[in-house]
Design a protein around this ligand. Sequence first.
Ligand code: SF4
Ligand code: SF4
Length: 398
Amino acid sequence: MSATNQPNTRPTGPLWLLAELTYRCPLHCVFCYNPVDYKTNTHELSTAEWKETMKQARALGAVQLGFSGGEPLLREDLEELVAYGHELGYYTNLITSGIGLKPARLDALKAAGLDHIQVSFQDATQAANDALSDTKTFAKKLEIATAVKAAGWPMVLNVVLHRLNLDHIDSIIELAVKLGVEYLELANTQYYGWAFKNKAALIPTHEQLKHAEARVAAWREKLGNSMKLLFVVPDYFEKNPKPCMSGWGNVFLSISPDGTALPCQAARMLPGFEFPNVKTSTVEHIWYESDGFTRYRGDAWMKDPCRTCPDKAKDYGGCRCQAYLITGDATQADPVCHKSPAHEKVIAFVDAAQRRDNPDDYLKVQKPEQQALANTAEVPVVWYRSDHNSLHLSKQGS
Ligand code: SF4
Ligand code: SF4
């Protein structure tokens, strides 16, 4: 596949199909990447519609199939969809909080041919895990992680890192060691969705990041090959953007619960698009013809500084959603880039984070009514992802 698809060259098909089966979720994570107004969109594709989408994407060449959400275990047809994905020849991956994953369901998923499970924890202790998800789920997660391991899957643990848990890096890695994890993904928060809303509470300090990086390096040395540790520095602390989604419409096809097809999960909030839907368009049309997938493919759409930049084939101008969220214009260079005229805004977010008080204060104001007060009283606040907050924020047009 060419790194930059030229306008007149037919690109290759998608490699990755991400099936966001539902936005429903029993957890309320403060960094959730789902849209902040997810509750205004509750329609979900039927089993038959998901199967048809999987079939069409596979015919275009997709080989990886991720089931995510929300919480994909809330779909009763998950096992049927996994079995169908397996039959089509996909490598299948379940991305789950683990809540609802009983031993019988694990057996059924194994029988369906599921290749890979990724379970997430919010932190290494009950108090912190439960505070960050506004649920009492830590004990259940421990049970589930143990059961996944016992069922013979390679154990993949995902922990989203931010200001409120970065200082617990040692206990998070110790938990992974205790669980016998083979792969620990320490995913620094990407600031979209609820995380962008909560960025004042979640952006870490330089010292926190430096300390965490050093601890990860020390653990890597100690653990050797027994556990792989993935730790990527968050975008806002970089000078060059990441090659977002390996390029717009280049390898990644995400389908939202209602069938809306997106080049990345966050793209739904970009204005001026009518993203296509698998209920009314074929996947082939969506991938090759739709405005939603072709507008930012390749580099013909770029303005300066990207247009004349030698790095454009490496990073594709960075992330369109980040450009829009920070500058209001999705065609700008990703403001994470030091050449972007808006880079100072990213620096300002990070600088402001250095000056904030005790991070724990943010978790003291939790409930919707307190949050409403906090917005006027200048009390630190986190917005928990919840149905109530989603409707409230959608009314504000956030
Ligand atoms: S980030 Fe948390 S709230 Fe959002 S879908 Fe995942 S488990 Fe649910
Ligand atoms: S100017 Fe554009 S292409 Fe060049 S490094 Fe920055 S974001 Fe990437």
